[in-house]
Design a protein around this ligand. Sequence first.
Ligand code: NAD
Length: 293
Amino acid sequence: MKILISDAFDPSLPAKLEVFGEVTEDKARLAEVDVVLVRSKTKCTRDYIDQATNLRLIIRGGVGLDNIDVEYARSKGIQVFNTAEASAVAVAELAFALMIAVPTRLVDGHVAMSGRKWLKKELKRSELMGKTLGLVGAGNIGTELARRAIAFGMRVIAYDPLLKSHECVDLVSLDALFGQADYISLHVPLTDSTRGMINADTIAQMKDGVTIINTARGGCVNEQDLVAALRSAKVRAYATDVFMSDPPDAACPLYDAPNAIMTPHLGASTRENMLRIGDVVVRILEDFQQHTA
Ligand code: NAD
């Protein structure tokens, strides 16, 4: 079996994969390989798949499959897997950090201190305790965030039309969530039903001064509408790890928006998670080898 590691995985992974066959990081050898490992950088489009004439398996280290034309791959007999649950803790910890950075004034305090300004009186803080967190999507990451928010004394509600019950949050309608949440955190895949779901109309339904956290996908939010809401202070802050593209276009309106806190798509990038993803990749390859032997 020939395996192409096309994106950045843990440095220990190539050695762990040698038991399955030849491992290469040379993308020019795409046409030779049976297996491709990608994260989000490599786009497995129709063209890409057509070039991979021996391909039998694509493994995406991570959650979404939106960088892979899954339907086309499967139509060519290529199996597609991701490492769905591995990243939940890593992303939930970042979502929590983005959320708590807002009421603690962490970024404002740091930026002021870096500029030698002592804003002790000016920077007014508030607390998460007693506030309502609304999760849009309560799967693996949403659930990990809920556990952490509950530990901080927050009330957690969620909108997730595919769930009938949830272990630790109250499931509510999207209207109820928008009407009640002080913090809204997105944990949905990017689909036709979630693309642009945070827009001028839905923002109008939210509480004044709501904070929105996005570790899902940039495309779930209409950035122009969001920036207008930041400027009017309808939205107190937008804390995001994800953008319309990686990295955002130079014209991205968030760069100049007030109260936008941004990280460069770091959600899954913990050392621990890279090791967990590697372990899941090995398990997928073991199964694949067993079933195709
Ligand atoms: P998951 O599949 O466990 O959970 C997603 C949940 O969203 C499911 O429960 C599903 O029922 C729900 N859902 C689907 N459509 C919905 C809709 N229209 N409205 C409300 N809920 C809806 O996935 P997860 O592991 O929790 O990951 C969620 C998303 O986080 C991924 O799809 C990916 O886009 C993103 N992600 C980002 C990073 C990062 O680095 N920032 C890393 C991993 C995942």
